[in-house]
Ligand binder design. Sequence first.
Ligand SMILES: [Zn+2]
Length: 275
Amino acid sequence: MNIVISADMEGISGVTTPGDVHPGTPGWDHFRKIMTDDVNAAIAGFFEAGAKNIVVNDSHASMGNVVVDQLDTRATLISGRHKKHCMVEGVTKETDALAFIGYHTAAGQQGIMSHTYSGDIYHAVWLNDEICSEGYMNAVFAAELGVPVVLISGDDLTIEDAKRYAPDAGYAVVKRCVDRFTAECIAPEKTVGIIKVAARDGLTRIRKPAPGKGPYTFRIDFASANQVIAVTHIPGVEQTGTRQASYTCQTMEEALRCFEVVTIMANNSRDKIYG
Ligand SMILES: [Zn+2]
């Protein structure tokens, strides 16, 4: 059984504030070790439930967070960027199951460091009129390939979000959201056990997702009007409001790749002071 683990950082055990996840900072250096522990817990649970091959795809910021010499030696690690399929790199039709470790809620929603790709310039993202978290987006991408999501770890609100796109998965709540940068955390020593059990249970209940069907329409509310004009340089991306743009693709694979370009263009148009 081939499994891909997509590992983000905002939903890792004990992580609560931006200083915990900014690459190169002391806080990040501390929590990347805990991130690796959370990932290793999922690997251990999956192997107990019959996994044969596990690839970990580092999915946070510069995508070089997981500490490779602390990684369970039974798995391999996709580290660094850029990657054509970003957070779901490595997922193919040969993949049997996908897991989300350290995930978080969508832009504009409550939850620890909630965002969808961009932390500040996306006020809301919808995919076919559903609020679009990274978990939702990546699960729709995987469903197009017939791959189910079997495990999600993060705060309690992330798990609530996951129930709509992965109803049979194992859920690992590692902290309770108090506010966007405040959480009541379970000790990491304990969360590794919670993640391991959820991984094992999720893989035991594995079921093929409903086949995805296009078209796929992304609609994005931006912080400022200049970002809308910047992204409409991309063929197919249209302005649908003063601070809103939208586009439609026939496959989720194309829609996901276009979302990455939209994010690059929008970030490029951002001013440090005026946004
Ligand atoms: Zn993320």
